[in-house]
Design a protein around this ligand. Sequence first.
Ligand code: SAH
Ligand code: SF4
Ligand code: F3S
Length: 466
Amino acid sequence: MSQSPPNPAPKAVYVKSYGCQMNVYDSQRMADVMGAEGYREVATPEEADLILLNTCHIRERAAEKVYSELGRMRVLKEEAKAAGREVLVGVAGCVAQAEGEEIVRRARVVDLVVGPQSYHRLPDLVARATQKPGVVDTEFPAEDKFTKLPTATVASTRSRGLTAFVTVQEGCDKFCTFCVVPYTRGAEVSRPVSQVLAEVEKLAAAGVREITLLGQNVNAYHGLGPDGAEWTLARLLYRLAEVPGIARLRYTTSHPRELGDDLIAAHRDLAALMPYLHLPVQSGSDAVLKRMNRKHGRDEYFRLVDRIREAQPDIALTSDFIVGFPGETDADFADTLDLVRRVGFASAYTFAYSARPGTPGAEMDGHLPEPLKTSRLHELQALVAGQQRDFQESLVGRTVDVLFEKPGRKPGQVVGRSPHLLPVQVIGPSSLVGSIVPVRITATKTNSLDGVLVGNDHMMSVHAAE
Ligand code: SAH
Ligand code: SF4
Ligand code: F3S
């Protein structure tokens, strides 16, 4: 007979997310699946009976961070044990998938390892790890985790606010030679339209107004529609725009090879689709793009940018760049700087190449010394920072619609997001939270904008005098 503890307090789960937004989404689903088992979600590891680290393997530093975090978890676990409480530690996400058993060998604190395709089996894995620590599940099971995972509960959605992520596509078949994602997330799959729609309707009913559709290659979406046809991302966006309550749609991340005509047209015609596009190019050099196996050149990228700007002149374009890929010459790097100058980005993520075991890039000749990668990275970052400043300054004096999300840090402030995804703060009543209202932008900060509610322009003097 199982002995019930004297204190039947509900168990608590803490999930920490690293890496991309798909991990953020998965972390919420893991909290939901454990929620169905009676676990409540907590905000700090100290309060938890189950600690899950949802990890990222994209660069060496990201992967190594997990082990230092596990060192801290060992201390927590020992302290809890001394106080008579058992804490279970699990590693999920892409490090779990890539390293599997190795994690348990290297970090004895780990009780379970669960790959991104197995989260629906988490309750069973937790039960097994409670009996005997060291459970590893990194299969790519035939069953679809999405049909098995509970979708967001109303309570969890409420606590998460007005915006939500919905994964619509997972995995990647592109095999860029620097990237681990095809190995950690498996082949590309799209969720059926009806499943996505049901989840979005549920979120909308719980008060969500803005949805960001997620996928490693989200614009390669080709989910099965209710009509038996494969739907494109554009078609899905049009359908989701009809869901009552949903006012704004976004999607990320896109691959330049998958940017279809109908998606470009949607940026012109679909009012709910925000003027923002994250379109990673990685390099401005054709030679490097070829070795990266990106299957597009710089001219193709320029043409796409022209077409998207023709459809939606107000679009904020952002990108990812890798500098110091094996064999990258000074001339190759100059081509990257040139591409950035020609396109003009609203912002960009920049990375120094990190060799990942098992990827073709790691085996290539011509690896660059770290200091050279770092100096190129700094040069690119300075250029991008200038463009980001220019973009934000170009918004000063303009009126943009802001979806207000929460009270600001200062009293009387409310903050929200502009169509370009920039945080905007104004002085105004907290009753604004949840609505979309026009705001005149008055100033830029490093990563945000100040504004005044239109019709409240007299507030400007108060604001400026702060
Ligand atoms: N699916 C997306 C990006 C996934 S990873 C795409 O196709 O663009 C996010 C970013 O991490 C990549 O765009 C790339 O810029 C960066 N990245 C991936 N592997 C890397 C590596 N080995 N070294 C440095 N940066 C890397
Ligand atoms: Fe990685 Fe390339 Fe796939 Fe993006 S498209 S996830 S960079 S392999
Ligand atoms: Fe990292 Fe995996 Fe996302 S490697 S970037 S968490 S898909």
